[in-house]
Ligand binder design. Structure first.
Ligand code: 13P
Length: 256
């Protein structure tokens, strides 16, 4: 069985003081979550990673980063390397997020290099894919997702362990309060799983976790998680509130 992954993407939010307050509350509750079937991960801004590493020592909470360069070091102003992230206890790296693609112009080519670099360093990339509203309305959802997926993974020819994670995040659902219905999400997740079988193998595709992201809340998490190919969630806004994120992470998963 795939271990569920409940991941929080804090984006560009929280000063160090706010991070302290958050963990004060969240860590008290963490012991109430049954972690036998799931992992919980938080990706704070780079500026609080060192603090998070110190406070999360011996805690069953995984640390993520929100981007990474592919090189170990060098003249890449403004970038952070996978080696630096590893040193800070980071295990997961979110890559190809729609905000990176649409606000900062990251292409499939750049994202593929990042995915490869991170994977080679033994970190787990979370490759985000998803269509805009316009693309959905034109019936292009699966085509867009297929391209982003195969282009983003193209440098990873073989997967032996540390399978990458895929996050399906429809752009129209991010930060809008409009969640994809569980059926809409499942359709794309199943499509991704089938595509992964062709790219790798049935066995590997069966191990890769596919997360849903886009306006996930404590109210809609249960129905989303019922779907067989939804293995977890990537939460933005609701992960900023320790109580809401706790509610999301602690739900009982009941598959259809
Ligand atoms: P929201 O949960 O705020 O819609 O953001 C989703 C997201 O982009 C997670 O990466």
């Amino acid at each position: 069985m795939r271990k569920y992954l409940f991941a929080g993407n804090w984006k560009m939010n929280k000063t160090l003081k706010e991070v302290e307050d958050y963990f004060d509350k969240f860590l008290k509750k963490l012991s109430e979550i049954n972690l036998s079937d799931r992992e919980i991960m938080i990706a704070p801004p780079f500026t609080s990673l060192a603090y998070c590493q110190s406070i999360l020592k011996d805690k069953p909470l995984k640390l993520g980063a929100q981007n990474s360069c592919w090189e170990e070091k060098g003249a890449f102003t403004g970038e952070i390397s996978p080696k630096m992230l590893k040193e800070l206890g980071v295990e997961y790296v979110i890559l190809g997020h729609s905000e990176r693609r649409h606000i900062f112009g990251e292409t499939n080519e750049i994202i593929a290099r990042r995915v490869e670099g991170v994977y080679k360093f033994g970190l787990i990339p979370i490759l985000c894919v998803g269509e805009t509203l316009e693309e959905r309305n034109k019936g292009k959802t699966l085509e867009v997702v297929e391209t982003q997926l195969s282009e983003g993974l193209k440098a990873i020819k073989e997967i032996k362990e540390n399978e990458p994670v895929i996050a399906y995040e429809p752009v129209w659902a991010i930060g809008t309060g409009i969640t994809a219905t569980p059926e809409q999400a499942e359709e794309v997740h199943l499509f991704i799983r089938e595509k992964l079988k062709k790219l790798y193998s049935e066995e590997i595709a069966g191990k890769i976790r596919i997360l849903y992201g886009g306006s996930v809340t404590p109210d809609n998490i249960k129905d989303l998680m019922k779907k067989p190919n939804i293995d977890g969630v990537l939460v933005g806004g609701a992960s900023l509130d320790p109580e809401k994120f706790f509610k999301i992470c602690s739900i009982k998963v009941e598959k259809e």
